[in-house]
Design a protein around this ligand. Structure first.
Ligand code: FAD
Length: 392
């Protein structure tokens, strides 16, 4: 182990907090810098694959996570125009026998709070809120996080976990640009008593339409149903405000099945998030600064693995540092080597799936036939490379 390693983490998202836990557990001193005055996530649901469950166990937070989680019975893909179920991935006993751990849905705020509480229990971790990092530097073998109003903060290494618009990545790779696709996401949580029974179902259900998809699942502990609409067509003049957006969206989906339209009618369209990914990137570190999570491999949501990849990065990075003696750059090289192919595959397959989910016209039949021919085991085989626990 590198003794007394002093680690600066930039960003208190799911990746940064997991890195803090992993490094703190290894005995390193951690200072986490988060730009927000309050470390709080956008308050919607998130799906978590079985691949990162062993990490929760390692940190002793698996039971807390399970208490706050919904364990859906299946992932179901439905044709948005005909309501035909074209794909069904059971997540019960058969899934558990193969992948060992559950597939869960959890409120991001609950997930974040569990990680924050675990950080607070560690004497090695200091969380500093309201600190915006503007870039990184290095003097001799000291790494520096440059901040807006708090001067330079020094450590042995700086970890950029500052998300899709990472300033650290911008400095390291100014040529790496966001790849927008002209899609936006709308998210809503609706109390159960306002959701008709036909929609209030246990599985994660995704309706795939021409240029859009709708996904929903129940949240545990009476939180309500979590709905996400992802829609393309940004070239169209975007409407503003809930009512105008709703009218525009319903017009775009006139061929949609009445049940799917009923889902859209429940949603609140006041807020929206532009979606983008990046091309896989080589060179995740520069001297004593290294990147993780969305900062280095932002992806579309098609495989619901962006946060999972950030969390895996965090534990692998901590492990590489632990195994590298005094040699930080060797640790960073090994970390990138262990992580790049897997995260690049998530990015590339997510882009491909994005196209498949959103086909229209004659392509719909071909897409549906491909999915309809798959058994649960075929789906498990397709997802095996992601859902099998990662070794670190
Ligand atoms: C609609 C939608 C649905 C999704 N669903 C899923 C899902 O079901 N499953 C899944 O695994 N993933 C999902 N994702 C992806 C997931 O949200 C991200 O991949 C994940 O949050 C990335 O974590 P991160 O820690 O790398 O970055 P972030 O979560 O973006 O955290 C970055 C943190 O850094 C802070 N920060 C930024 N800049 C600075 C700065 N200059 N100085 C200091 N602090 C800074 C930010 O405030 C933030 O707290 C979804 C994404 C979207 C948009």
């Amino acid at each position: 182990m590198v003794r007394n390693l002093d680690c600066i983490i930039v960003g208190g998202g799911l990746g940064g907090l997991t890195a803090a836990l992993a490094l703190g557990k290894a005995g390193y001193k951690v200072t986490l810098l988060e730009q927000s005055e309050k470390i709080e996530p956008i308050g919607y649901g998130i799906q978590i694959g079985p691949n990162i469950f062993p990490i929760f166990k390692e940190f002793g937070i698996d039971q807390e996570i399970l208490q706050k989680a919904h364990l859906p019975s299946a992932l179901q893909l439905v044709d948005a125009n005909t309501a035909e179920m074209i794909g069904n991935i059971p997540l019960g006993d058969r899934f558990r026998a193969r992948f060992k751990y559950p597939y869960i849905c959890i409120h991001r705020a609950d997930f974040h709070m569990i990680l924050l509480d675990a950080c607070a229990r560690s004497n090695n971790i200091e969380l500093r809120k309201g600190v915006t990092v503007t870039g990184y530097g290095q003097v001799g073998d000291r790494a520096i996080a440059r901040t807006e109003y708090h001067g330079d903060i020094e450590g042995d290494i700086v970890i950029g976990a500052d998300g899709i618009n990472s300033r650290l990545r911008e400095q390291m790779h100014p040529q790496s640009k966001l790849q927008p696709v002209g899609y936006v996401a709308h998210r809503t949580i609706i109390p159960f008593d306002q959701v008709p029974d036909i929609i209030r179902q246990d599985p994660v259900i995704m309706w795939a339409g021409d240029g859009y998809h709708v996904i929903y699942y129940p949240m545990p502990n009476n939180i309500g149903m979590n709905f996400v609409l992802v829609m393309g067509g940004e070239s169209e003049e975007p409407a503003t405000g809930h009512e105008a957006r709703r009218a525009q969206i319903l017009k775009r989906c006139t061929n949609g099945h009445p049940e799917m339209l009923a889902v859209l009618k429940l949603m609140d369209f006041t807020s929206r998030w532009k979606l983008a990914d990046r091309k896989p990137l080589k060179g995740w570190s520069d001297g004593r600064t290294v990147l993780l999570g969305d900062a280095v491999h932002a992806t579309f949501q098609s495989l619901a693995q962006g946060a999972c990849m950030a969390i895996e990065d965090a534990v692998v990075l901590a492990d590489c540092l632990g195994n590298s003696g005094e040699d930080v750059s060797a640790a960073f090289m090994t970390y990138e080597k262990l992580r790049r192919a897997r995260t690049a595959r998530v990015q590339l397959e997510s882009r491909d799936l994005w196209t498949v989910y959103h086909v229209g016209g004659a392509d719909v039949e071909s897409r549906n036939t491909q999915f309809l021919n798959r058994t649960p085991d075929d789906f498990y085989d397709c997802m095996d490379w992601i859902w099998t626990e990662v070794e670190w």
